[in-house]
Design a protein around this ligand. Structure first.
Ligand code: ADP
Ligand code: ASP
Ligand code: MG
Length: 457
């Protein structure tokens, strides 16, 4: 995206997710990877596994019993790492100060919670993991420096799902981060940023992948390495279908489609910066780097018809019935204006003469308000039409290439699913996916069955 050439075109940004920094041994695997490749100069970390969930729970405002339990669990996770380090006086002081801060903020949240307070609280997870990791690297004689990403990651104030200002990030990263890369490994936080007034924001759950890609773009680096708990991107989540196979090379648009439709391996926005500046992204396992991984790059020769299956849980279907729709104009416009006013983004949609069915996009946010369907929205909608709400559904996406041109697709997909109920189908709007809305309880069996039939394993 930026015309400026990098003084360090060979350097790599490496991101390590929550399980990769879960404990002392896991952190040591990350250190091995960094120390084995002197081109890794920017390192982005998530919070240690479990910490963000605990912080989100504290941010919802819990009673003092639950609060004590969560605080103890967070302290235990971080102290299990400290206990394996040497000379811990300084790091103990820093972590204790952050733990006290967390306690104070969670007490405030139990009186009155807010999205800004939630982001301030959850940001502590990444701040603690990065401080601990710098200490571990220094004890392994690496020249590592802690850097507060909020100095350069300027975002808007959509707490829980903030959008970065990429131009500002580029300018500040070149000014403040680039000069440090010459002889140091910079360790910084994924997921968090800062809005104009100086308040902490977050980029949405799983947002550390996005941070790494944004830094790769801002500094015009050679590659973005995403180190996680599986050795690459698979044809579907290997936890759901153990027969899933690794994809060795995949195109940006295919991987982006997978991420958008719920493949947790990458945050949905991760590939936007990579596509804009053509930086390849590698995905591998921090525990087993020798196992290789997946390279996400610009183009693939002869991509397959079926590439992958993705699953997004907790979907809500809203069906709006109105006789006014028949031969009328403007009904959909009214519905969408109302949804816009309630800041709701629509995902899938199908219409018939007198009804419209749609699913809501609920992915990503740290917002403590889990459901997007507020009473205010339902009341307003019911003045326009009869509203039906179905919850506990799941979205299964079949991702591939030129699907809309393929013959026999219907038989291949629906033949495999003859014993299941399918609530809604979206096909034709994109040649890269076919989406099925299914009962949540059947989702895993459907993935397994489809995987068996479409990938012949
Ligand atoms: P991290 O904490 O490193 O960011 P995540 O838990 O966010 O890791 O993502 C890794 C997980 O993504 C894997 O453990 C796996 O269960 C899940 N996953 C979902 N879809 C896929 C897929 N297609 N290929 C590989 N892993 C997948
Ligand atoms: N720690 C954050 C989360 O759990 C961000 C991330 O891990 O990418 O969502
Ligand atoms: Mg993740």
């Amino acid at each position: 995206m930026y015309a400026v050439s990098s003084p360090y075109p060979q350097y790599v940004v490496a991101k390590f997710g929550g399980t990769s920094v879960a404990d002392f041994d896991a952190m040591n695997h990350c250190a091995d990877i960094i120390l084995a490749n002197s081109d890794v100069r920017v390192v982005v970390l998530s919070a240690s596994a479990g910490v963000t969930n605990l912080l989100v729970a504290l941010a919802t405002g819990c009673d003092s019993n639950k609060r004590e339990k969560c605080l103890k669990q967070i302290r235990d996770i971080q102290y299990a790492i400290i206990d394996r380090l040497n000379d811990v006086d300084v790091i103990c002081e820093e972590i204790d100060r952050l733990l006290e801060n967390i306690e104070m903020l969670s007490e405030a949240a139990s009186l009155a919670t807010s999205e800004a307070l939630t982001d301030e609280l959850v940001s502590h997870g990444e701040v603690m993991s990065t401080l601990l990791f710098v200490e571990l690297l220094r004890q392994r004689n690496a020249n590592a420096e802690w850097f507060d990403i909020r100095r350069i990651m300027r975002t808007n104030d959509h707490f829980g799902r903030a959008e970065p200002d990429t131009l500002q990030l580029h300018i500040s990263a070149v000014e403040q981060l680039q000069p440090r890369l010459n002889n140091t490994v910079v360790i910084t936080q994924g997921f968090i940023g800062r809005e104009e007034k100086g308040r902490t924001t977050t980029l949405g759950r799983g947002g550390s992948d996005y941070t790494a890609a944004l830094l790769g773009e801002a500094l015009n680096l050679q590659r973005v390495d995403i180190w996680t708990d599986v050795p690459g991107i698979y044809t579907t989540d290997p936890r759901v279908a153990p027969t899933a196979k690794r994809i060795d090379k995949i195109a940006f648009d295919e991987a982006a489609e997978m991420a958008t439709f719920g493949a947790k391996i990458l945050h949905p926005a991760t590939l936007l910066p990579a596509v804009r500046c053509g930086i390849p992204v590698f995905v591998g396992s921090s525990k087993d780097p020798q196992a290789g991984g997946t390279l996400v790059c610009d183009k693939i020769e002869n991509p397959p018809l079926f590439r992958a299956l993705a699953l997004r849980r907790k979907q809500t279907l809203l069906t709006l019935h109105s006789l006014k729709m028949l031969h009328a104009r403007g009904f959909l416009a009214e519905v969408f204006t109302l949804l816009l006013r309630h800041n709701i983004s629509v995902d899938l949609i199908t219409t018939s003469e007198v009804s419209v069915a749609l699913t809501l996009d609920t992915t990503g946010s740290t917002s403590t308000n889990g459901s997007l369907l507020t009473n205010a929205l339902l009341t307003e909608l019911s003045t326009l039409c009869r509203v039906e709400v179905e919850e506990d559904l799941a979205l299964v996406a079949i991702i591939g290439n030129e699907l809309s041109q393929a013959k026999g697709l219907g038989k291949a997909i629906f033949g495999a699913l003859e014993s299941f109920n399918i609530r809604m189908i979206s096909y034709g709007a994109s040649s890269h996916n076919v989406c099925l809305l299914v009962p949540g309880k059947d989702a895993e069996s459907i993935i397994q069955k489809l995987h068996q039939n479409l990938f012949k394993v």
